[in-house]
Design a protein around this ligand. Structure first.
Ligand SMILES: O=C(O)CCC(=O)C(=O)O
Ligand SMILES: [Fe+2]
Length: 356
């Protein structure tokens, strides 16, 4: 463990003590469990996910998919044209969706919330290439992305062991006590928005703490509410792909943001639940959320719009990361309003539009 990182507090000792678990969640802004999820089930899921990933060309051909040995030449990430070609195949696995409903996870969520809970329809998997650290998930609060309610809980769990160098999740304990959505700025990496904690620590004492993480083992699960500040660590391995589950849970009856009713990464590309369900064996989990009457609230696009406006300004001033981001948007979606503005900004900066 690098010296600047501290170990996550393990809460297995309090697993059967809801009051104490909620106290820890309120106090520390996260709870972490060793082997909350069954390692055998996760290994089976790993085999299925990595087999699809290998068929998509992201693992070295002929290697054991369970080893997760990345084909570096295929490097790409969320937001890249081409990422969804493989991601959406993984996303269509029935077993992947089912894992978010495993009783061990649902029971823990109900214990923590003290109310009946629903897994939000939009499940998320993260597939992170090695030696691609510029695209590491930046410091953020989940609310800007998933919205709905501050009380929503995220459950993050690697699909396999995830030692520090493979780039697991790190949290700032107690940071949820800022009790507000912090300013988020343009960044590369999942979500594309980051909190400048160095800056914000001056106004928010709760941010003046050390990062906590761990050498995750298969089954370990980190659970935190929507305002807890967190980030991923860089994947510094030579050749290993990091894959993790990243699911959200809400109390039944709480509001849900409209985009969480859609498959992940379907805003810029047509990808429907019918596409997801094409090869499912069972109907049990199809549209399961329609049985609940959660108020649906519009997506607040202001966070993403602000990040984009910052990227445009930075790109015009020659910032290479912002220019890279705009090129990716142009490649993905040249004729959208964002795509057009991005093309203009790149032209104005003198940077080419090609070579994303
Ligand atoms: O796995 C990642 O890189 C990002 C995960 C994350 O930020 C989340 O679970 O909310
Ligand atoms: Fe997050």
């Amino acid at each position: 463990m690098p010296t600047e990182l501290k170990e996550l507090r393990v809460s297995n000792d309090a697993m059967n003590d809801p009051t104490e678990l909620r106290r820890r969640l309120d106090e520390e802004g996260y709870v972490f469990f060793k082997r909350l999820q069954d390692p055998d089930k996760l290994r089976e899921l790993r085999r299925e996910m990595f087999t699809v990933i290998q068929q998509g060309g992201w693992l070295v051909a002929g290697t054991d998919p369970l080893d997760g040995i990345a084909n570096i030449a295929a490097q790409c990430t969320e937001g890249d044209l081409g990422y969804t070609d493989v991601y959406h195949k993984v996303y269509s696995l029935e077993s992947f969706h089912r894992s978010a409903h495993w009783p061990e996870v649902m029971t823990m969520m109900e214990t923590l919330m003290g109310r009946p809970v629903m897994a939000q329809p939009q499940k998320v998997a993260r597939i992170w290439f090695p030696k691609y650290t510029e695209h590491t998930t930046p410091i953020h609060q989940d609310f800007v992305h998933f919205q709905g309610s501050f009380n929503n809980l995220t459950c993050w769990a690697p699909v396999g062991d995830c030692p520090i160098e493979l780039g697991g999740l790190a949290v700032l304990p107690g940071s949820h006590k800022v009790n507000q959505v912090l300013d988020h700025h343009f960044s590369l990496g999942a979500g594309g928005l980051y909190v400048d904690t160095d800056q914000d620590v001056k106004t928010h004492k709760a941010l003046d703490v050390a990062w906590h993480s761990t050498d995750y083992e298969i089954g370990d699960s980190l659970i935190f509410p929507a305002l807890t500040v967190h980030k991923a660590l860089p994947n510094y391995t030579e050749d290993r792909l990091r894959v993790s589950l990243d699911n959200r849970y809400q109390a039944i009856g709480d509001p849900i943001a409209e985009h969480m009713l859609q498959p992940h990464l379907s805003l810029n590309i047509k990808f429907t639940w019918e596409d997801v369900y094409a090869n499912w064996q069972s109907d049990e989990l199809k549209y399961y959320w329609q049985a609940h009457d959660n108020p649906v609230v519009p997506r607040d696009t202001s966070f993403a719009e602000k990040g984009f406006a910052e990227a445009v300004e930075l790109a015009k001033r020659g910032d290479p990361r912002a220019q890279l981001q705009l090129r990716r948007i142009v490649k993905r979606d040249p004729d959208s309003p964002f795509g057009r503005i991005a093309q203009e900004a790149l032209a104005e900066s003198g940077a080419g539009v090609v070579h994303a």
